[in-house]
Structures are given as C-alpha cells and as structure tokens.
Write a protein that binds this ligand. Structure first.
Ligand SMILES: Cc1cc2nc3c(=O)[nH]c(=O)nc-3n(C[C@H](O)[C@H](O)[C@H](O)COP(=O)(O)O)c2cc1C
Length: 283
C-alpha cells in the first residue's frame, strides 16, 4: 500500500514536471513608471496575444540588474530578465502558490508556472493549470485571493506576486479564455494530459471516487476504464479537454521583488487598470 502510494505520487509529480519543460513564457509589455510618474499601459486585447503566448523573447536578457533608467523598471522587465537567466535551470518555473481555506487557514503547494499573457487591461496574467477535483479549487471559489512565490536560485531573486485567482473550465463563456484553455491543453505533454483522466486526486486508494459518484472500488490509474492514453484517441489525436482540466489564472495586483545580491527590494502595486507604482523599500 505504501509502495503503491509512493509510486502514484512519483507518477503524478513527474507528469506535472515533464509537462513543465515544454513551457515557453513571456511576451514583452510596454514600460510602466515609478511612483510620482504613474504610467498607463493599455495592452491590445487578448486575441492577438494568444498566438504570441508561446513565443520566446526576441532577445535574451543578459543581466538581472536594471540597465534602463529607473523610471523604465517594471516588474515584467525584472521578471523577464530573471526568467531569461534561469531558462536552463531545471525546475526554474516551479512556484509555490498559497490560497486560503474557508476557515482562514493557509494552504501552499508547488505548481508549474506556464507563462504570462496580456488580457483586457492586464499586461501580465499568470497562467497555470489544475484539476477541478483538487482542493485548491474550492478554496479559490470561496476566496480568490492568492500569492505565488518564485525563487530564482541562480540570481538570488525572489518575487512574491499576489492578486486574484480565477479558474477557466469547460463552462467558460469568454471565447478568448476558452481558446487559451484549449491551446494549453493541446500543448501539454501526453503524461500531463492523461492525469486529468485519472481517479480523483487526494482520496485514499481503494475508496470510492466521490467526485464522479463512481460506485466501484477501482481508484487506481490502471483500473480506469477506457483511459485515453496520453490524452489521445485511438488515432493518436488529442481528445478535447475534459471537465477536470482547468486553466488557473493569477491577475496580479502586487509584486514584491527582493534581490539578495545587493539587498535591493522594490514593491510594485497596481493602482487602477494597468497603472502601477513602484516603491523602493528597505529589504
Ligand atoms: C514539481 C511539481 C509541480 C506541480 N505542478 C502542479 C501544477 O501545475 N498544477 C497543479 O494543480 N498541481 C501541481 N502539482 C501538485 C500540487 O503541488 C498539489 O499536490 C496538487 O495540486 C493538490 O493540491 P491541493 O490539494 O492543494 O489542491 C505539482 C507538484 C509538484 C511537486
């Protein structure tokens, strides 16, 4: 039993992880300004940006130190540089996501950060995926507040990014977001797609699947009837995303940046639409 549990965990983890390696992030955004010089950013509405999502930056940043004048610094300019320098670091796109339970308790877990894209008046919406059956979903529905922490070991930088979380499922009416969800599904590695057809995560093995109201005791992957291997049909075509597959988005309102190499800390706050302030604070 214990061995089976360990193997299941390893399979789950490796699926999340292998899917991560295909992720390319980032599109550039226009500069925002520092406190006292609050700027406006009106990114073009989403659809044109959907195709851009998987594009790599046009140039690879070579330094995390701000090289432009101070009023050009944005959290994206810093973050893009950090991502660029850690592109080859395995696990460089794993972040920890904190949510809150209905009774106010914190919950934190590792998730794969799958890039950013501009949408409506947000220049950088952070993209993740998750399973509708996971506990975080109920937490987010109860309170959308969340925070991710992203540590870049190579450059000794930390980003704490907080804001609202939203979930995009099969019922989503917004065509831009639904398209993004389907694209994300199609771009996943087979192993990552397949796990959305596995039994309910988090329940003990050999217990009924309450989510699907299954009456069987078959709760191991090997017992799932008609499991579409790799999330593909018999002709090898990717099947449509199941209800279990959710796009999880973070709409940031605050970014707390800390660089240990020179003890530099900058706090970015979203004021309205995409107007941000940036304040240098004591580390
Ligand atoms: C390296 C790694 C990457 C992971 N990536 C994801 C992910 O992208 N999405 C996700 O929902 N869970 C991911 N997980 C699993 C979560 O950490 C967590 O165990 C799961 O989502 C259930 O969390 P919950 O019960 O708080 O909802 C990952 C785990 C590891 C170790």
């Amino acid at each position: 039993m214990i061995i089976t549990s360990i193997i299941s965990f390893a399979l789950l983890s490796s699926s999340w992880v292998t899917s991560a390696t295909s992720v390319a992030s980032v599109v550039s955004v226009a500069g925002l300004k520092l406190r006292g010089q609050v700027g406006t950013n009106n990114p073009t509405r989403a659809m044109s940006s959907l195709a851009e999502y998987t594009a790599t930056p046009t140039s690879t940043p070579t330094s995390t130190q701000p090289t432009t004048s101070k009023d050009q610094i944005t959290f994206r300019s810093l973050l893009d540089a950090s991502i660029g320098r850690s592109r080859k670091v395995r696990g460089g796109n794993y972040v920890q996501l904190a949510t809150v339970t209905p009774n106010g308790e914190p919950r934190v877990r590792t998730v794969v950060q799958r890039g950013m894209f501009p949408y409506d008046d947000h220049s950088s919406v952070f993209k993740f995926i998750t399973d509708i059956r996971s506990e975080k979903v109920g937490q987010i529905k109860h309170s959308p507040k969340g925070e991710i922490v992203w540590w870049f070991l190579k450059t000794s930088e930390q980003y704490r990014i907080s804001g609202n979380l939203t979930l995009v499922g099969n019922e989503e009416k917004d065509q831009g977001l639904q398209t993004m969800r389907k694209q994300t599904w199609g771009n996943l590695r087979d192993g990552a797609r397949e796990q959305f057809f596995w039994p309910q995560p988090g329940i003990p093995l050999n217990e009924p699947d309450t989510c699907t109201e299954s009456t069987t005791q078959d709760t191991k992957k090997s017992d799932v009837p008609n499991l579409p291997e790799g999330g593909r049909d018999e002709n090898g075509k990717v099947v449509p995303p199941p209800d279990e597959f959710l796009l999880m988005l973070m709409w940031p309102s605050k970014v707390d940046y800390l660089r240990l190499t020179d003890n530099y800390r900058l706090v970015f706050e979203r004021k309205s639409k995409d107007e941000w302030t940036a304040t240098e604070v004591n580390p």
